[in-house]
Design a protein around this ligand. Structure first.
Ligand SMILES: *Cc1c(COP(=O)(O)O)cnc(C)c1O
Length: 471
């Protein structure tokens, strides 16, 4: 299996080459040259596999430069009951007839990003050891991504994490999750500024190519192909749990901002998993809902990016969306480059409403979308609690609200549960008048000693910290 860039670059690369890379050299995103096809006999063979072995089967189709025994061992080490809380790893629970929640949020940081990041940690450790190299991961987080990365990389050989976050702006629970880590290779940098300042610092450091090379700076952001392919697995696992045989179809509703999670659903569907619809659920930051309704993709400025109660979907642009548009345009790299590499930079938008390809987004690729607001979120959390006795988080509530608008008789609808409510306690209190349930292992984490360095919002200060802590 070789990988190409969505912007038409001539290079073809193998999995382990792109594992530690971000963007392709032309600024595009990596995708496989073709999607491996999974037939009925294969689905049947996979139907009853344990999650780790299903992961191995799917990843093997995309990774041919890690020996099979090693890859299987990595999958088995990653997807364990001890780490993910249940034997199923992603258990499905029925809410009502035909409507299910698939739990992706029982990993170490209680959000779906653990599903991919835990694998990435083990793949990084493996590949760095094989090369005899080191990597310093520099990131910016407003919550979920940073903690998932830290829990995935803690104690790993060859990897250090330098994670910037806006000083005093994460929820107390999120701060406790990250800052209570005592591992020597994890560095929390609380920057006196907002999330955008953190992101600007990371960009500035990464753009200093000499510094980047000398200090082996890398990232773990959501455009990483390895993260995406790891997510493909739980679409298969959800499908198998909701169906009895392969003639049945299911639909998925996916709370989304960056198009990272649902892009994996698109890949699963392209491989032949019998998915009827892929429904994208956004919050008030409705860049994606607008596209699927109108054909216009319009990125937002920071003034138009709302701070919402489902904060992990508060995005101004959808960083993985280019992958889908590339497929939608018949894998035309030149056209994708013109849209994402040129037009978007100049005008902040592009319009496919008159392009015959746009209709295919619904017809051929199965996409639909919807939007949910703060009021919808509160009502959905309350309704779910009163009728089913279960608490859901704010992002999952966005998904459930939108899913109900896209039900079709005889097709099970699976809503991906992307976090547990404890991470977003204040909105749960607003909706239910009581604190969310807290998993036992997180009792009292706010009281643990904190390991964090407060820095000015200054590129030099962050660079100096990295230099001093890189040995
Ligand atoms: C990251 C995140 C999302 C959005 O994921 P996408 O990459 O935008 O698909 C949704 N919910 C939670 C809880 C998250 O952490």
């Amino acid at each position: 299996m070789k990988y190409l860039s969505t912007r038409g670059h001539a290079d073809r690369k193998r999995f382990c080459e792109i594992l530690l890379e971000g963007l392709a050299p032309d600024g595009g995103l990596y995708l496989p040259e073709s999607y491996p096809q999974v037939d009925d006999a294969t689905l049947t063979k996979w139907r009853n596999l344990p999650y780790a072995d299903l992961a191995f089967e799917i990843l093997s189709l995309y990774i041919d430069d890690i020996p099979a025994d090693d890859l299987r061992a990595i999958c088995r080490k990653t997807y364990t009951e001890a780490v993910f809380g249940t034997k199923e790893i992603v258990p499905l629970r029925q809410l009502e007839n035909g409507l299910y929640l698939e739990a992706l949020s029982n990993g170490p940081t209680l959000a779906f990003k653990d599903m991919a990041m835990q694998l990435l940690g083990n793949l990084f450790e493996y590949e760095l050891a094989r090369r005899g190299e080191q990597l310093n991961i520099l990131g910016a987080t407003s919550g979920d991504t940073g903690s998932a990365a830290e829990y995935a990389m803690r104690g790993k050989q060859g990897v250090r994490v330098f994670m910037t976050s806006p000083f005093g702006r994460m929820s107390p629970f999120q701060q406790a999750q990250m800052f209570s880590l005592q591992d020597a290779n994890i560095h929390n940098l609380a920057v006196k500024g907002v999330f955008d300042d953190c992101q600007d610092i990371v960009k500035a450091v990464s753009n200093d190519l000499d510094f980047k090379r000398q200090y082996k700076i890398g990232t773990v952001n959501s455009i990483n192909w390895a993260r995406l392919v790891a997510q493909v697995v739980y679409y298969f696992a959800g499908y198998f749990q909701a169906t009895k045989n392969n003639s049945e179809k299911v639909s998925f509703t996916v709370p989304s901002g960056n198009f990272g999670n649902v892009c994996a659903g698109h890949v699963a569907r392209m491989m032949g998993l019998p998915i009827d619809k892929l429904v994208v659920a956004t919050n008030e930051n409705d860049v994606l809902d607008e596209f699927f309704r109108t054909g216009v993709y319009r990125v937002r400025g920071s003034a138009d990016t709302h701070e919402t109660s489902s904060p992990s979907m508060d995005i101004s642009k959808a960083s993985n969306f280019e992958r889908f548009v590339f497929d939608l345009l018949g894998r035309d790299g030149a056209k994708t480059k013109a849209l994402f590499g040129e037009q978007l930079g100049k005008t902040g938008q592009f319009d496919l409403s008159q392009d015959p390809a746009f209709a295919q987004a619904h017809q051929r690729y199965g996409f639909s979308s919807g939007k949910s607001t703060h009021a919808n979120r509160l009502a959905t959390i309350k309704d779910t609690f009163e009728r089913f006795g279960g608490m859901i988080d704010t992002h999952t509530a966005d998904g459930l609200k939108v899913a109900r608008e896209h039900l079709s008789a005889g097709v099970p609808m699976i809503v991906l549960e992307t976090a547990l409510p404890i991470k977003f306690a204040s909105t749960i209190v607003e909706a239910l008048g009581r604190e969310p349930d807290r998993p036992a292992k997180f009792e009292g984490i706010e009281q643990l000693p904190k390991r964090v360095t407060v820095l000015e919002a200054d590129v030099q200060a962050v660079k100096a910290y990295i230099v001093a802590n890189c040995k």
